[in-house]
Ligand binder design. Structure first.
Ligand code: FEO
Length: 170
């Protein structure tokens, strides 16, 4: 049985994951209207993944005798300036999510809830991967700079990121 404190913290995480999904959906839509098909595809896939992260938490909270709450969400930005700044925003957001996961791990340990601690390890591993992926993408973007041909190649290259090295949950 989850403690009230942990239930509340896990519900806050459900909200973070749902907001992540909305942010990446907004990024997908923005990239799509910019004509960046590959980037849009990548972001739609990221948005789906975040929804899966949220659902996994919902099921867990309910399974452990809590009540997963579906709450209202912060409105995401609709424009992202450049695709470089969009990926910087993505990385920053993932670093934030990693911190929230770490806080949850801390709480689960302090309450000796080892089941939740074990459950959270999947998220810890996922965050390492998501941050690394965002950094790899940003490194590529920095290499391209303002080169239009490079951007075209990048847009086609990024499609590979959606199917490689990600947990198969979609
Ligand atoms: Fe579910 Fe990318 O944090």
């Amino acid at each position: 049985m989850l403690s009230k404190n942990l239930e509340k913290a896990l519900n806050a995480q459900i909200r973070h994951e749902a907001e992540s999904s909305q942010i990446y959906l907004a990024m997908a839509s923005w990239a799509e209207v910019q004509g960046l098909e590959g980037v849009a595809q990548f972001m739609y896939a990221q948005s789906n993944e975040e929804r899966q992260h949220m659902l996994k938490l919902v099921r867990y909270v309910n399974e452990r005798g809590g009540h997963a709450i579906v709450s209202d969400l912060k409105e995401p930005a609709v424009k992202f300036g450049s695709f470089k700044s969009m990926f910087e925003t993505l990385l920053k957001h993932e670093v934030f999510v990693s911190q929230t996961i770490n806080t949850l791990v801390d709480i689960s340990l302090s309450e000796k809830d080892y089941a939740t601690h074990n459950f959270l390890q999947w998220y810890v591993a996922e965050q390492i991967e998501e941050e690394a992926q965002a950094r790899t993408i940003l490194d590529k973007i920095k290499m391209i700079g303002d080169d239009k041909a490079g951007l075209y190649l990048f847009d086609s290259d990024i499609r590979n990121f959606t199917s490689v090295g990600k947990p198969s949950e979609n």
